[in-house]
Design a protein around this ligand. Structure first.
Ligand code: AMP
Ligand code: FE
Ligand code: FE
Ligand code: ZN
Length: 295
């Protein structure tokens, strides 16, 4: 990304700071996401796969010819006050950072065991679903090296004709809380913010008011996370209604946090469309400046 004040960012730029690829639970490869973003007329995307930066190199290679920029990012699975909180991290410094990598390795290992456990529980509880078939389908539906997650189990259930699509799988069988839900080990949100900041990156709470099993982060909880080193809140996101957006915008102003917006694109696996929400160019420029242009 250009340095702040470079004047190269124009107000017509559309920047989507939250997208997923087959490096986690998106349906498109990094190259496909980049091609789709270019076709959609976006100027830049941040690739923010769950708990990994593994797709960024391939995305950058494609971006070089696609006429679009790829910014380094990640969406870290964390827990705070009993809630699952997704934390976006930004900056080239996050790719290959040893401290962050050690933290993420624990999460990935835990996710691997947990998703098989969910498959076994599901087969035990749902008539007509064979456990070995489901685990075999799960292995087929998880791209090599991908962060394994519930969307891959959803794809396995689609393969076995148990559900028609990921939405139905989440509604009927995979919800948290639910009979088949199994949690996984994740760092606290404050620890994850600290790891991002220690690496030299910037941390933004993803879909900051998404319901987590019916609960959402309170203003006081977000204020505590701001004090732990947060840079911003993702406000413009399809999980937020107008009231949630207004509340978050006011909170961001009072806590001196930047406001971002993004699609949370997962390819054909979710209804979110690339660029359906975006981040103001001046905010992108401010974040790029804080990262010393290394984004
Ligand atoms: P996990 O991290 O394995 O617990 O799975 C949560 C992920 O599932 C989230 O990051 C979303 O990307 C995805 N997800 C949640 N709801 C849906 C849905 N209705 N359809 C497709 N993907 C979903
Ligand atoms: Fe996801
Ligand atoms: Fe998320
Ligand atoms: Zn996401």
């Amino acid at each position: 990304m250009h340095r702040a004040g470079s004047g190269l960012l124009s107000v017509s730029m559309v920047v989507d700071l939250h997208t997923h690829s087959t490096a986690s639970d998106g349906r498109g490869t990094p190259a496909e996401v980049v091609a789709e973003a270019a076709a959609a007329g976006l100027s830049a995307i941040a690739l923010t796969d769950h708990d990994t930066t593994a797709g960024i190199g391939a995305a950058r290679t494609s971006a070089a010819t696609a006429g679009i920029r790829v910014l380094s990012g990640i969406e870290i699975s964390t827990r705070w006050a009993g809630m699952s909180v997704h934390l976006l991290g930004y900056g080239d410094c996050l790719v290959g950072d040893a401290g962050l990598g050690a933290m993420l390795a624990d999460t990935i290992e835990s996710r691997e065991g947990r998703i098989v456990q969910m498959a076994r529980r599901l087969a035990a509880g749902e008539p007509g679903v064979d456990g070995d078939d489901l685990v075999a389908a799960l292995l087929r539906s998880t791209p090599p090296g991908a962060t394994p997650g519930r969307p891959h189990l959803a794809d396995a259930l689609i393969q076995l004709n148990v559900v028609p699509d990921r939405d139905a799988a989440f509604q009927r069988l995979l919800a948290e809380p639910g009979p088949y839900y199994v949690p996984y080990a994740a760092p606290s949100t404050a620890d994850a913010i600290a790891a991002v900041v220690a690496a030299g990156g910037l941390a933004v709470i993803a879909h900051a008011r998404s319901p987590h099993g019916g609960r959402t982060l309170s203003d006081a909880q977000i204020a505590d996370l701001a004090a732990a080193g947060l840079a911003g809140l993702e406000v413009d996101h399809r999980d937020h209604d107008d009231a949630a957006k207004a509340g978050l915008r006011a909170l961001a102003r009072s806590l001196d946090l930047v406001v971002t917006g993004s699609s949370d694109y997962h390819g054909s696996g979710k209804q979110n469309r690339l660029g359906e929400h975006s981040t103001a160019p001046e905010v992108v420029e401010e974040l790029a400046g804080r990262l010393g242009g290394r984004w």
